[in-house]
Write a protein that binds this ligand. Structure first.
Ligand code: AMP
Length: 185
C-alpha cells in the first residue's frame, strides 16, 4: 500500500498518519519529522535545514529529496509507505513519480480538510519550535500556493476527508474510504 496524506498544518495529518501506518503495516514517513530529528541530533543535515524550518520556508529540494530517497530505500519502505509532508510542490511530485517508477504506484491520496481558523488554533496549541505564528502563516500560504494545486495532478486518487471531527471518527472514515478503494483493485 502506497499512500500520501495531504492537508494544511494543524489538520491532524501527523496524528492520523501515526494511526494509519500500523493499521496497514507500512512505515509512516514524515519529512518534517525527519528534519526535526536531524535538528535535535544536530546532524549536518539538521544544520542545513534548521533556518528553513524555523521560518516555515521549504528546505531546498536537493536536501529534502536526498534525505527522503535514503528513507524510501530502507527495506521497510520497499512494499509500501504512508508519506506525510511530501510532495509539497509539482517538482517534488514529479521526483516522487521517478522514485516509485517500477512499483505498482500510489494507491490513494488522503486529503484532510478543516477551516483556516481551526487550523491556526490547533497549530498554535501544538507549541513546536517551528510554530511561531509567522511560520504558521507562512506554511499555510505555501500550502495554498504550491501544495493544494498538486491535488489536480493526483486526480481520482484523492479521497477528501473532513478533518474537523474527532480523531477516532476521522480515522475510521479514512480506513473505510481507502479500504473500499483498494478492495476494488
Ligand atoms: P511539517 O512537519 O510537514 O509541517 O514540516 C515542517 C517543516 O519541514 C516545513 O515547514 C519545511 O520547512 C520542512 N519540510 C517538510 N517537508 C518538506 C518538503 N517536502 N519540502 C521542503 N521542506 C519540507
Amino acid at each position: 500500500m502506497r499512500l500520501l496524506i495531504f492537508g494544511p498544518q494543524g489538520v491532524g495529518k501527523g496524528t492520523q498518519a501515526a494511526m494509519l501506518a500500523p493499521h496497514w503495516g507500512i512505515p509512516h514517513i514524515s519529512t518534517g519529522d525527519l528534519f526535526r530529528a536531524n535538528i535535535s541530533a544536530d546532524t549536518f543535515l539538521g544544520k542545513q535545514a534548521k533556518d528553513a524550518l524555523a521560518a516555515g520556508e521549504l528546505v531546498p529540494d536537493s536536501i529534502t529529496q536526498g534525505m527522503l530517497a535514503e528513507r524510501l530505500n530502507e527495506p521497510d519502505a520497499r512494499s509500501g509507505f504512508l508519506l506525510d509532508g511530501f510532495p509539497r510542490t509539482p517538482e517534488q511530485a514529479e521526483w516522487l513519480e521517478q522514485m516509485i517508477a517500477g512499483t505498482p504506484g500510489l494507491d490513494a491520496v488522503v486529503l484532510l480538510t478543516a477551516p483556516n481558523d481551526v487550523l491556526i488554533g490547533r497549530a498554535v496549541a501544538r507549541g513546536r519550535f517551528d510554530d511561531e505564528i509567522e511560520a504558521i502563516e507562512r506554511r499555510l500560504a505555501l500550502y495554498h500556493q504550491f501544495t493544494e494545486p498538486l491535488l489536480r495532478f493526483y486526480g481520482d486518487l484523492v479521497e477528501s476527508i473532513d478533518g474537523n471531527r474527532s480523531v477516532e471518527l476521522v480515522h475510521q472514515n479514512i480506513i473505510g474510504r481507502i479500504g473500499d478503494r483498494t478492495a476494488v483493485h
